[in-house]
Design a protein around this ligand. Structure first.
Ligand SMILES: Cc1ncc(COP(=O)(O)O)c(C=O)c1O
Length: 399
């Protein structure tokens, strides 16, 4: 048989999907499973989004659309960014993609030749590594352990940028940790970024509307506007509007980079579907009560999760202030036994937790931090506390 391309040998299936699929199989076999695994928002968009789709049915052009994205959607995104503290973008500086994942894939292709370096903090969202490996980039990881609240320090950033990576990728609020940088922290990182003009910056800030405790969302370019010349801001409707399956990603950045993304779009997707465009405009321009209400609900759920986790002796969990994840350090369990099974590491712990208690979490090693596991807490409230109780029981049973 002829050979596959070498890059395919570097592509891995998502570790999150592996555990989610096992949980699904167990559920289908009749097991009582509570899933804290996939990062889905678990709510639907507001009724105005569906109304816009119904209206669109009478207006469908049936044609190919723009490779950049529909002008009304670009304008809605520009207004949305202005409301998030990033005013003044033009259509030429924006593009629409099939989800932020596709936007990031396009950016990696547009900015990184084989062997170029990309730097980003650990813990990281799994796809950063997977996509970087497919495009053949070298990865420089910046370890941000629980002892430093999973946050990157200006000193660490300075040391990493001194090595002149082609791209620095920053995710705030963070998946998997839920950490959100304060205005002061972002300002300090912006000062360091301003010192290194040869590095592109990707700001993957898709959870920017899901922040708690009044901490607010802050972007480095708000403190150092000159960073806009080399920063690409990445947004998505998936999490904020409960629309992960609709696949809408949004990018804003320098015209040249966005033009490259539009060229890539023209060669793989052509355009996002017209019906999805109608839904996306309605989500961005319509009432914002669904995302606002959900951010409040997730903050309440965060409190329940943190209270349960901190009650477990030995488990340490920096308090998340955004997104819908908690990322406790569970390494106190390593070397102990659960019902005779040796807990060697995070992968074994997640497997034992799923097998014995029917609770699915994702091992931290999928995100580059093998001392932790990720809990995605968007499940219905009726499942949240029972799931947490089962985790507490699991730890209490360790010998
Ligand atoms: C940090 C981060 N970036 C990007 C994405 C991709 O989002 P989308 O559904 O828009 O492709 C995710 C999805 O989980 C994410 O957590």
């Amino acid at each position: 048989m002829p050979q596959l391309a070498a890059r395919i040998g570097r592509a891995k299936p998502s570790a999150i999907m592996v555990i989610a699929d096992k949980a699904k199989r167990m559920k289908a076999e009749g097991r009582d499973i509570i899933s804290f695994s996939i990062g889905v928002p678990n709510f639907l968009p507001g009724p105005h989004v569906y109304a816009a789709v119904r209206d669109w049915l009478d207006k469908d052009s049936g044609q190919y659309g723009s490779n950049r994205g529909d002008n009304r959607l670009l304008d809605a995104f520009i207004a949305h960014m202005a409301a998030s503290g990033l005013p003044g973008y033009s259509r030429e500086q924006c593009a629409v993609t099939i989800g932020a994942k596709h936007g990031l894939y396009n950016l990696f292709e547009a900015l990184l030749d084989e062997g170029d370096e990309i730097a980003f903090p650990t813990p990281y969202w799994t796809s950063y590594v997977d996509i970087a490996e497919i495009v053949g980039a070298r990865i420089r990881l910046l370890p941000c352990p629980p002892e430093q609240n999973y946050k990157l320090t200006p000193e660490q950033l300075d040391a990493a940028l001194a090595a002149k990576p082609k791209v620095f990728l920053f995710n705030n609020p963070s998946n998997p940790t839920g950490m959100v940088y304060t205005a002061e922290e972002i300002a300090a990182l912006a000062d360091v970024l301003a010192k290194y003009p040869d590095t592109w910056i990707i700001a993957d800030d898709i959870y920017n509307r899901m922040v708690f405790d009044g901490i607010g969302y802050h972007n480095v370019a708000a403190f150092r506007p000159e960073l806009r010349e080399r920063m690409i801001y990445c947004d998505s409707l998936s999490k904020t509007y409960g629309m992960p399956g609709w696949r809408v990603g949004l990018l804003a950045g320098p015209k040249e980079v966005i033009a490259a993304v539009v060229t890539l779009n023209s060669n793989h997707i052509t355009n996002i579907p017209e019906v999805v465009t109608a839904a996306a405009i309605a989500a961005l321009e319509g009432p914002q009560d669904v995302p606002t209400g959900k951010a409040r609900e997730f903050q309440d759920k965060r409190d329940i999760v943190i209270a349960a986790l901190t009650a477990i002796p030995g488990v340490v969990c920096p308090v998340p202030q955004g997104a819908f994840y908690a990322f406790p350090d569970i390494s106190c369990a390593f070397g102990k036994h659960h019902q005779g099974r040796l807990i060697t590491d995070d992968v074994e712990l997640c497997a034992a937790l799923l097998d014995s208690k029917g609770v699915a979490c994702v091992p931290g090693s999928a995100f580059g931090e093998p001392r932790a596991l990720r809990i995605s807490y968007t499940c219905p409230s009726a499942q949240l506390e029972p799931g947490l109780t089962r985790i507490q029981e699991f730890f209490a049973e360790l010998t």
